[in-house]
Design a protein around this ligand. Sequence first.
Ligand SMILES: C[S@@+](CC[C@H](N)C(=O)[O-])C[C@H]1O[C@@H](n2cnc3c(N)ncnc32)[C@H](O)[C@@H]1O
Length: 274
Amino acid sequence: MSVEDGDVPHDDGLIAPEVGAWAETKHRLVSLYATLFSSGMKAKWSRRVYVELYAGAGYSKIRSTSKFILGSPLLGLKLKDPFDKYIFCEEKPKTLNALKIRARQVAPDAHISYIQGNCNKRVSDILAEIPQGSPTDTVLSLCFADPFDISLEFETIRTLAKARYVDFLVLLALGMDANRNYEHYLREDADKVDKFLGSDSWRERWATAQWDAVKFTRFLADEFTKSMATLGYIPPPHYTMKEVRSLEKNLPWYRLALFSRHERAYQFWGQVLK
Ligand SMILES: C[S@@+](CC[C@H](N)C(=O)[O-])C[C@H]1O[C@@H](n2cnc3c(N)ncnc32)[C@H](O)[C@@H]1O
């Protein structure tokens, strides 16, 4: 089977992880932004590169239904003005293999590099795949990070951002992970939040923030924004970090946030949010 068959994915026997229906909202937002970015930047940069740090299998299945949907990497491959290069990192070998097969069906001629492993550990290999560029061969990248939890380490972002021109679209798993594991993350010996924020001094600021009745999820979003600002990213207002709620329980599940060094990117994001 191929997705060209009417573009409706169905069971092809390969791995297709189950997801909540809210994944479709995420896909709509990401692929609309990627469309605006890719087409809008086509004439301005010599090459555009699309990077996914948590790429997945290319298909997912909506939980409790028989509906299969295209994953974000395949949506990125099917854009009207495709990127010049794609880099997909995925930890699980079987999942990455399924993505490879499906990507070949959707876009046989696309230039794609696959990196198997933990994106935080393999960041130098990811970086090496992004062309360095030059004044006569300019390269702009869009990096989408879509983790289940707050496992994306700030050091990973720093490594990419310091060496290349990269805009980041980051899923901040604040409700689905940080809030649920609050007690655990607060423990002195837990360093997950330290790594996520690239700082070990947040506990002092959190102690102060609680006096102002700030929610932990809001605190983390603000701290992450401050970390991005240290790399020259324009701090986006909190309301532009699009909240997506779990449809089953209507809980705030995550925020999808754009970080760029250029106002133009925020104008595109504004169009997506409309
Ligand atoms: C939410 S899914 C990605 C879904 C995909 N972006 C989409 O929308 O179609 C997260 C994926 O990241 C993978 N993963 C988890 N931790 C990872 C890590 N540290 N580095 C790379 N991939 C990871 C998981 O195996 C899973 O396939």
